[in-house]
Design a protein around this ligand. Structure first.
Ligand code: SF4
Length: 470
């Protein structure tokens, strides 16, 4: 009886050749490209007089550098204009489908591909962006790659890689009310550590995972990279199939039942053998907030920032750096920390369900006077749906700035940046030093619901207090 994981099955199906030295030449089913990591790769192809091997398996959008206040061309920022112009020319030269601004499908690459039904179970997906792991929510094996690998995939549609080990992260029980996928994944990273996943693919499993919506599953897989895993995935189920059905690029007519049958066959076998197993109790997860400079430095909102002697030796060095940078004292509570900026967006939490949850908290409330708050939809489709539901007005009436789709303040490669040592409550995925555009800016990661609650209160608070009467 077969004892394979989904990872093993998908890897073996895409293994074109075993390379000298032990790595594999892996066929990439879908290559997603954007303006930041593709120009040099296209340049290298041009230098060698090569063509894109499978333009139909390559899809482009623009996300990192787009301004979110005014997207009229040419952009005010010359470098941003140059980057979008280069991508337009490369896509046109190589006949690559490009979802540009105004196409109705532009947005953050990891939001756009699932929306279009491009992301499907059993695929290998690569993109020049770390958070490509997002697509694993559908039971695909999805890797973030560097610029030289973008070049390799453009030229050959393959990638040289060492096979990963697989750790199953089994999440038992259920999340309680007011606790979301973001809290769960921050909790997992805190428990396992930011380097624990090195050399691994994470299979997220258990009732707490299968209770999540597809959008919440994307949040989990999106952040598997923050736990060091090269990719994360969830076995596809009926929710996965229902999400994909009837999307623009999903299999149609007689191909649909064939696809579902095949997708079901890829699920990890009942007695699959994992290289490692760990268990997380979802019932113990609280709304979670980061206090430090890695996504692993987090606590429940009602807990205290750890003292040095409560941490293992390995974590103490980075903790000292974090106390100093963040301006926190060991043993201090995170609750009531004043907030300057609130950001709801990113490929982690800029989807329609995230905006709906945040809007519920915001309703009939106003943003605190000390806070500047932004909502940046993950894609044009998210923005359109939010407007149809009146969420844009609701946010604006509460005092949020409603912006155009893009990565925005997740990475601040566009004009949306923190200034000075502002403290930001952010629904994004990284709290590294300077991540949100100011070298001294401080980021507290949390769920979009927690960001919304912080926007109203003006400080970190427990979102469950806003949900008491529900
Ligand atoms: S939203 Fe952030 S993490 Fe996601 S693709 Fe953009 S910059 Fe990268």
């Amino acid at each position: 009886m077969s004892q394979n994981t989904l990872f093993d099955k998908v890897w073996d199906l895409h293994n074109v050749a075993d390379l000298p030295g032990g790595s594999s030449q892996l066929f990439i089913g879908l290559h997603l490209i954007h303006e930041v990591t593709s120009p040099q790769a296209f340049g290298a192809l041009k230098d060698k007089n090569l063509k894109v091997k499978f333009p139909s398996r390559t899809v482009a959008t623009v996300d990192h550098i787009v301004p979110t206040d005014n997207q009229t061309r040419p952009f005010k920022d010359n470098l941003a204009e140059q980057m979008i112009d280069t991508l337009e020319r490369n896509c046109s030269t190589h006949k690559i489908k490009f979802f540009n601004i105004g196409s109705g499908s532009q947005g953050i690459v990891h939001v756009v591909a699932p929306e279009l039904g491009l992301t499907q179970p059993g695929m290998t997906i690569a993109c020049g962006d770390s958070h490509t792991s997002t697509h694993g929510a559908f039971g695909s094996i999805a890797f973030g790659i560097g610029t030289s690998q973008v070049r390799d995939v453009l030229a050959s549609q393959t990638l040289a890689m060492n096979k990963l080990k697989v750790r199953q992260v089994f999440c038992k029980n259920k999340l309680s009310q007011g606790v979301f996928a973001k809290d769960l994944v921050l909790h997992i990273i805190n428990k396992l550590g930011v380097k624990a996943g090195v050399g691994f693919a994470y299979e997220f499993a258990g009732p707490a995972i299968h209770n999540l919506s597809m959008e919440e599953r994307m949040t989990i897989c999106n952040m598997s990279i923050e736990g060091g895993a090269r990719c994360g995935y969830i076995n596809p189920d009926q929710k996965t199939f229902d999400y994909i059905k009837n999307r623009r690029c999903s299999p149609k007519q007689e191909n649909w039942p064939k696809a579902v049958k095949w997708w079901k066959s890829l699920v990890s076998d009942k007695n699959a053998i994992f290289d490692d197993l760990c268990e997380i109790d979802a019932a113990n997860v609280e709304p979670t907030v980061t206090w430090g400079i890695t996504p692993g430095q987090s606590i429940g909102v009602n807990q205290k920032i750890p003292q040095l002697n409560e941490l293992c030796q390995e974590d103490q060095f980075i903790a000292k750096e974090a106390y100093e940078y963040m301006g926190f004292e060991p043993g201090q509570t995170i609750k009531n920390t004043p907030i300057d900026v609130c950001f709801i967006g990113s490929c982690t939490n800029g989807r329609i369900s995230d905006l709906r949850v945040a809007a519920k908290i915001i309703q009939n409330n106003k943003v605190a006077t000390n806070v500047t708050a932004f909502v940046v939809p993950g894609s044009e489709k998210v923005a359109k749906e939010a407007k149809r539901e009146g969420l844009d007005k609701l946010f604006q009436e509460a005092g949020f700035q409603w912006r155009e789709p893009g990565c925005s303040m997740c990475l601040a490669m566009n004009p949306d940046k923190l200034t000075g040592n502002q403290v930001s409550a952010s629904s994004s995925n990284r709290n590294f030093k300077g991540r949100q555009g100011s070298p001294t800016g401080r980021t507290l990661l949390m769920s979009p619901a927690m960001v919304a609650a912080a926007a109203i209160s003006g400080h970190v608070c427990d979102v469950r207090e806003f949900l008491k009467n529900e």
